[in-house]
Design a protein around this ligand. Structure first.
Ligand SMILES: NC(=O)c1ccc[n+]([C@@H]2O[C@H](COP(=O)([O-])OP(=O)(O)OC[C@H]3O[C@@H](n4cnc5c(N)ncnc54)[C@H](OP(=O)(O)O)[C@@H]3O)[C@@H](O)[C@H]2O)c1
Length: 259
């Protein structure tokens, strides 16, 4: 049983869409959807933050975080490698080995409503760890974004285990290009981030994000934590599109970038 955390919603709460994966009936299926004209996906940055804009260092209501994330009905969740690795270290036995069944891509059903888990990992931080994510019930597939400088050993690891991957960008992943390819190859129209501050800052800085969704929590985390958008250099003005009280002092705010 996987616990909640930055690994996704708690499987025991019933909050995620639950579709059996059929691991025993495993067979290889080609990616079914290839659209001829694909628009870039709509990208929503989703975070739970403290009043002083931290993404860690205070109590986060994980159930609420994922309930709202999944309410956007994302076709893909975009996950940073640091967030992914931290999630395994915090919530799982990171020594748990891969088993032979983990080495194969699960069958893909076009009618499966679950999002694809898309991992940004140019440095191969998740080498030897992706089986933890392939086992999760709330994502239907694991796709990895890599760059030209990604270590060959990691690329071999991905190939051997049938992890679909998109290679674009020199040092780091070219996020805009990768999202375009996700739309084309996987029919992805809506992406919600499941990341901390660094990946979300890059999406903001590069003008890729369309919306920001924040669960503001009445807590002060203090100075020794990562702050959302702390590294963003380009000033931007956004429009409020929704606000709602969530109880216990929490507020949900949605903003969009004009134009
Ligand atoms: N409060 C919340 O809502 C929330 C949500 C999720 C996670 N978290 C917490 O946030 C923490 C992790 O946050 P983090 O900021 O350290 O890590 P992160 O958000 O996971 O960001 C690291 C990822 O961003 C990519 N990246 C950064 N800059 C990039 C650029 N310019 N172009 C392309 N890719 C870029 C990195 O790619 P490469 O390394 O592959 O180059 C890496 O995959 C964890 O403690 C986690 O628990 C909080």
């Amino acid at each position: 049983m996987y616990q909640s955390g930055w690994l996704g919603p708690d499987q025991s709460t019933g909050s995620p869409p639950s579709v059996a994966r059929g691991r025993d009936a495993r067979h290889r299926v080609q990616i079914p959807i290839r659209r001829i004209l694909s628009m870039p996906p709509r990208v929503i940055i989703h975070n739970t933050i403290s009043l002083d804009n931290a993404v860690i260092g205070f109590d986060i209501d994980i159930g609420l975080h994922y309930e709202i994330l999944l309410s956007y009905k994302p076709d893909a969740m975009l996950i940073g490698s640091t967030t992914a690795k931290t999630g395994i270290e915090m919530f799982l036995d990171s020594e748990e080995p891969e088993v032979p069944a983990d080495r194969h891509r699960p069958p893909q059903d076009p009618a499966d409503p679950r999002p694809v888990g898309v991992f940004v990992d140019s440095r191969g931080v998740l080498h030897g760890l992706l089986h933890f994510y392939r086992r999760l019930e709330h994502i239907r597939d694991v796709v990895v974004l890599v760059s030209k400088t990604t270590p060959e050993a990691y690329l071999a690891y991905l190939e051997e285990r049938e992890y679909p991957h998109i290679r674009c960008g020199e040092e780091r992943v070219d996020l805009a290009a990768a999202l375009g390819e996700l739309a084309e190859r996987f029919g992805v129209e809506t992406v919600v981030t499941d990341s901390g501050s660094d990946l979300n800052a890059a999406l903001m800085e590069q003008g890729i994000a369309d919306e920001i969704s924040l669960i503001v929590t009445p807590a002060i985390a203090g100075p020794a934590t990562k702050k959302l958008f702390g590294s963003v250099r380009t000033p931007r003005t956004l429009e409020l599109i929704a606000s709602a009280e969530l109880g216990e002092g929490r507020v949900h705010l949605r903003y969009r970038f004009p134009g």
